[in-house]
Design a protein around this ligand. Structure first.
Ligand SMILES: C[S@@+](CC[C@H](N)C(=O)[O-])C[C@H]1O[C@@H](n2cnc3c(N)ncnc32)[C@H](O)[C@@H]1O
Length: 207
């Protein structure tokens, strides 16, 4: 019997977030779909998707990140136009309303500069999503660690590994879901890391 080498998994999927991988296994991201990676960084989450025929777009406030993801696209998916990758703050995107089947936002929302910035980003990601589309966000929250984190001011917390992050709680997520008319596609899932960091996966469908 032929066995696939275990190493082929990394070669195929790169460093994709495992919770995004879960969405792939659920069949929610398909070839031909338009997908925005919001706060894409170097593109680790779209390494596989680019090669799988997903129409990948990316936005990041960092010019370096956009250069890197553009380079990745040149190598892996040369038919993707360079204009798909833009330098932008997620609070103000130039994409049209309802442009994307899927929007992913991985490890970005805790960098919000204020509660208003956080809410504006989520609303903007929602604006560019098609009805029926999926918004996948993974970010640090207070969920499961209420009262155990070092609060600086309002929703800002000093994290054990040094930086100060904006941490949403479940209440703000529920409030946004109502305001946006969103349906939860998966239950809210939170991983607690060493009792000092909580990473929540928030997956919504636009009705
Ligand atoms: C920790 S990296 C995550 C990158 C990628 N999403 C991933 O999961 O590997 C955070 C990224 O978000 C970008 N970022 C942070 N705040 C942003 C904002 N307001 N608008 C656009 N990009 C932002 C940073 O430049 C950085 O590339």
């Amino acid at each position: 019997m032929f066995h696939l080498p275990i190493t082929s998994l990394k070669a195929q999927f790169g460093d994709i977030d495992i919770y995004l991988f879960d969405q792939l296994l659920k069949g929610r991201i398909q070839k031909g779909m338009k997908l925005l990676d919001a706060g894409c960084g170097n593109g680790r989450n779209v390494y596989y998707l680019m090669q799988a025929g997903v129409k990948v777009y990316g936005a990041d406030v960092s010019e370096k990140a956009i250069q890197e993801i553009n380079q990745l696209a040149k190598e892996l998916a040369p038919t993707l136009p360079a204009r798909n990758f833009i330098v932008a703050d997620l609070e103000n995107l130039t994409f049209e309303n309802a442009a994307f089947d899927v929007v992913i936002c991985s490890a970005v929302l805790h960098f919000a500069r204020s509660e208003e910035h956080f809410r504006t980003i989520v609303t903007e990601l929602w604006r560019v999503l098609k009805p029926g589309g999926m918004l996948f966000c993974r970010f640090s929250t207070t969920i499961g660690l209420e009262g155990k984190l070092q609060q600086i001011e309002g929703r800002f917390h000093k994290m054990a590994h040094g930086p100060v992050w904006f941490l949403a709680d479940e209440g703000i997520l529920v409030e946004l879901e109502k305001q946006l008319g969103a349906e939860r596609l998966d239950p809210l899932k939170t991983t607690i890391v060493e009792q000092d960091r909580s990473m929540t996966t928030w997956v919504l469908r636009k009705l």
